[in-house]
Write a protein that binds this ligand. Sequence first.
Ligand SMILES: Cc1ncc(COP(=O)(O)O)c(C=O)c1O
Length: 407
Amino acid sequence: MKQPRRFETRAVHSGEHRTGAGDARDGSFYPISTPIYASTTFSHPNIETTDRVLGGEEQGYSYARYDNPTVRAFEEALVSLEAPESQAGVRAFAFGSGMAATHAALAAAELTGGATVLAAEQLYGSTATLLVQVFGANGVETRFVDAYDLGAVEKKVAELKPRAVVVESISNPLLRVADIEAISGITRAAGSALIVDNTFGTPYLQRSLELGADIVVHSATKYLSGHGDITAGVVAAGPPYDAAVEQIRKLVGGVLGPFEAWLAHRGLKTLPLRMNRQCENARRIASRLATHPKVTKVNHPSLEDHPDHETAGRVLSDTGGLVSFELAAEGREAAFAFLNALKLCVKAPSLGDVYTLAIHPATSSHRELSPSRRERLGVAENLVRLSVGIEHADDVISDLEQALDTL
Ligand SMILES: Cc1ncc(COP(=O)(O)O)c(C=O)c1O
């Protein structure tokens, strides 16, 4: 049997519109990189074709809020990474941000008045707020659960019979790893849709749909595009959710623009290379910090004392590029002093970029939470999070050590 093309090969070649008369004005050449189609609308040789394209009877492009060749190229590349041959029918849809993608995924799971959604306590704050404020205003009740405690998930699903369960493959900032395979067993049995935000994992480390998720969401602002220069989001799903996501995107209009789609697609080509380096650097940094006298606790799934070390080995192909750690010195002041002493690592929120980024979760991603809720989630005042980049690991370690020395 012919060996299917590997992930790395698909990342480089998939989606590119290199053939087909529609893509080349002159049959004697075609571009090897899909051009940026900066066009709001598309014309056809005759109005009958336009009629068929608008009616969905013929493949084609009509209006850029519905579809655009540059955006489609990025989406096709994503489908080839999320759902190789084994999952026919999966489609991907690109949005202007991860939040727009998350909104569409939630709406596609029919979160309408009277429905209950069960969400991980550790969810990205804006996703939790979106559920409570926007979906809550329309009569959806959001309940929370520790998604990394399978017994608790099983109990809550049986009790609430939620329409959807929302979890992240890897949580922020403690890098807990969800057992998507086990959770999908629970949601399947209950008839609930499982939505996985796989922003921290990417399809290189986990194909959530293969593990049983119904809908997967990514903030493509992060690892997928990888260079810290765009905001973008993606939803990938098979029937019946794909058609619902498509319709919501058409009506709400949060589609990704062609310039950003082109950059995202270019970034995607090096995802495996970047992720390999980021995971390797993160492992080295985590093990170095774990023995440093000015650090008391390090969170990274590669470490044997991480609560999900074993789960990570089953549901991820590597342990990810984020590391967080608590300083021996107490309080917010210590974390701020450490961050201000960094010379190479960039002090900024977001993650997944080629640069190493350092941030204080208690005053950034978890700023809106009360101090007691932060404490319950383990987000200490002296906790620092690193999104490890692709630099030489020794240079990053030297920077971290010189900043620790100043404390
Ligand atoms: C896990 C996760 N999901 C979703 C988002 C939202 O993505 P965006 O900022 O692209 O809207 C973020 C942003 O930080 C995130 O970390």
